[in-house]
Every structure is written in C-alpha cells, then in structure tokens.
Design a binder for this molecule. Structure first.
Ligand SMILES: NC(=O)c1ccc[n+]([C@@H]2O[C@H](COP(=O)([O-])OP(=O)(O)OC[C@H]3O[C@@H](n4cnc5c(N)ncnc54)[C@H](OP(=O)(O)O)[C@@H]3O)[C@@H](O)[C@H]2O)c1
Length: 312
C-alpha cells in the first residue's frame, strides 16, 4: 500500500509497537505522528526523523481536520480515561469524512483501535468507545475496528523487574482471582500493521483481538514467575488506595487535584475488575496472524531476553 498514514496517541504504548512495523517499510508509505504534549513531540521527532510529528488538541475540530490533510489512512487511538473521549473520537470521524470529500482526496481507511466489549456500560472507558464505534459505523467511511482486551504488558515490567528479588511480590490494584483474556501489545501491533497494509481486505470488519482465553491474574503472575524461576507473593491494595495510585499513574497528578469526572473512569474500572474481568476468544487474532497469540509467559521471556541484552 502507498500513502500517508496518520497515527494518533503516537507516543503511547500501542503506537510504540506499531510504528517500527510501518517505518521504513516502503519508501512510498509515509507516517504522520500525532501527539498531545510538547515532550512527546520532541521525543518522537528525535526517534523517528523521517516521520512528520504534529501536536494537536483533539477537542478542536479544526486541528483534527488539519492533521488529516492528504492522508490515506487514519489509525485512531484515543487518550485513556478522558471524559470527552467520545467527542474526541467524533471529531476525528467528522474530520475524516471532510477529508474523504475533498477534491483529489486519497482518504480510504479509518482504523479504530477500540476495546474489547465496548457495550459494557458500567465501564466508562468502554462506553465512550461504543459511541465512537457507532459514529464511525454510521459515517459511511470504510473502516476497521480493532478490539484489544486488557493488555498483558500493563503489569509485566513490575514482574520481570524483580528477577533478582529473593521474595518477589505482586501488589494488584484489583482482585487477582478475577480472570481476564489478555492481549499482548505486540500481537495487537502486528494485526494493526497487517490491517493498514492490506486495507480493503479488512473494510467494515470488527475484530475481537484477545491473545489468550480467560485466565486469573494469579495464573498470569505465576506463569511469569515460572519463567523467572520465582514464586510471587500476591497481594491486593485496598480499593481507595488503588484508585489513588492508578489516577497518579494515568493522569500524573494526585487524585485530590483532579475533578471527579476524571476520577470516575479509573474508580469504576477498578471496582468492576474486583467483580468481573474481560473474557474474549483468541481465535480471530490467531486467524489474522497465522499463529497463536503470545502468552504472558512468552511475553515475559521476550522482556527478560531484552533486559539481558541491554545489560550485556
Ligand atoms: N491499557 C489497556 O489495557 C488497554 C486495553 C485496551 C484499550 N486501551 C485503550 O488504549 C488507549 C490508550 O492507548 P495507549 O495504551 O497506546 O496509550 P498510553 O500508553 O496509555 O499513552 C497515553 C497516550 O495518550 C495521549 N494523551 C494523554 N492525554 C491526552 C489528551 N488530553 N489529548 C490527546 N492525547 C492525550 C498521550 O500523548 P502525549 O504523550 O502527547 O501526552 C499518549 O500518547 C485508551 O483509549 C485505552 O482505553 C487500553
């Protein structure tokens, strides 16, 4: 495929795995990386000198229109736990419709990185994506919707960083006995690159992208521990404390300084995960990649290999 591919949240973990699969791949595929902060703008400009890097505010429809000028594909990832997430998504869909109608337009594909089961209304970060999916489906644009589950990568560094510990401990923010189908970011990136490259083959498809069948967090942790030759003690933080730490992690600010509207997303997510996880099936991902999804143990092995290479 040829043309200009625009990627949003380009500084986030999904695009960190996707960009290397597209960058330099073919001289006729160009990348425009969209970021929010000045810090990320500078980091990506240094890291990917052949890509164009732009800073925008997704709340501004004119910014969204501007970044899609001359684009052929948009890979849209929304920022996590932002109360106006549905408005941001709608702004990008409207901008893509505008671009697709411009005389001489090359625009041909809107790829939405959404979430597994956007219909779960108790989870605000899912419900907001349900609205974006609806807006996109009704837009008339050729689209593909990718639905990753809870990322296996979220906790992996906290585990493998304890490879030398005598008594490794995992402190969970929610009930570790609740089961999840995990998605490995690397698998998600490989599917994303394939969908972007193969374009028409994936028009109007919605893909559930789990790498594993449901497994309890305790099983996930012990499977990673087995790779490290360690047995983890598993603990759980009280809900209030978990919300405080999670908000700091996501928003970079203490909970006391945040509006309740921003706290609502993480607070509900952690409460939901104390009672229910996310169950999905890895068959679609396996079909798309022509191989089974990456297990948490395999992911841990890869991380450990990288750690030992970087310290060699
Ligand atoms: N974590 C999971 O398990 C999981 C699973 C499925 C789906 N998701 C979804 O994945 C998305 C996040 O993607 P990610 O994990 O690749 O990102 P990430 O690693 O969480 O990084 C956050 C990204 O959001 C951007 N951002 C933060 N505030 C913003 C704002 N106000 N306006 C525009 N951009 C903003 C940041 O850009 P700057 O660096 O420029 O600030 C950065 O690129 C969310 O929609 C989340 O719901 C997550």
């Amino acid at each position: 495929m040829t043309g200009l591919v625009v990627l949003t949240c380009a500084s986030g973990k999904q695009c960190a795995s996707l960009i290397p699969l597209l960058y330099d791949n073919k001289p006729d595929l160009r990348l425009r990386l969209i970021v929010h902060s000045q810090k990320s703008l500078e980091r990506l400009q240094n890291q990917w000198p052949k890509a164009e890097v732009l800073r925008i505010d997704l709340a501004q429809p004119d910014d969204c229109t501007r970044v899609l000028k001359d684009a052929s594909t948009l890979y849209y990832v929304g920022p996590p736990f932002q109360p106006p997430e549905a408005v941001y998504g709608a702004n990008m869909v409207n901008a893509a419709v505008f671009e697709s109608k411009r005389p001489g337009s090359q625009f041909s594909h809107f790829v939405l990185s959404s979430v597994l089961h956007p219909c779960i209304s108790k989870l605000l970060n899912h419900d907001r994506k349900r609205l974006i999916e609806e807006h996109l489906i009704e837009s008339g644009l050729p689209y593909t919707i990718l639905q990753p589950s809870h990322f296996a990568d979220n906790a992996i560094d906290r585990l493998v960083s304890q490879k030398e510990a005598d008594h490794p401990v995992f402190t969970g923010m929610h009930d570790p006995n609740v089961a999840f189908s995990f998605t490995c970011v690397k698998d998600h990136a490989e599917v994303s690159a394939k969908v972007i490259r193969e374009r028409e083959k994936h028009f109007y498809a919605t893909y559930q992208l789990a790498s594993t069948l449901p497994m309890k967090y305790t099983e996930y942790i012990q499977s990673v521990g087995a790779v490290m030759g360690k047995t983890f003690e598993v603990r759980q933080l009280p809900h209030e404390e978990a919300v405080r730490i999670y908000c700091k992690l996501i928003f970079g600010q203490e909970k006391d300084h945040l509006d309740q509207a921003r706290i609502d997303g993480p607070e509900r997510l952690l409460m939901y995960y104390n009672g229910r996880g996310l169950a999905g099936n890895p068959a679609v991902l396996e079909w798309l990649l022509g191989r089974p999804g990456t297990t948490p143990a395999q992911l841990a092995k890869l991380k450990l290999e990288r750690l030992s290479q970087s310290s060699a």
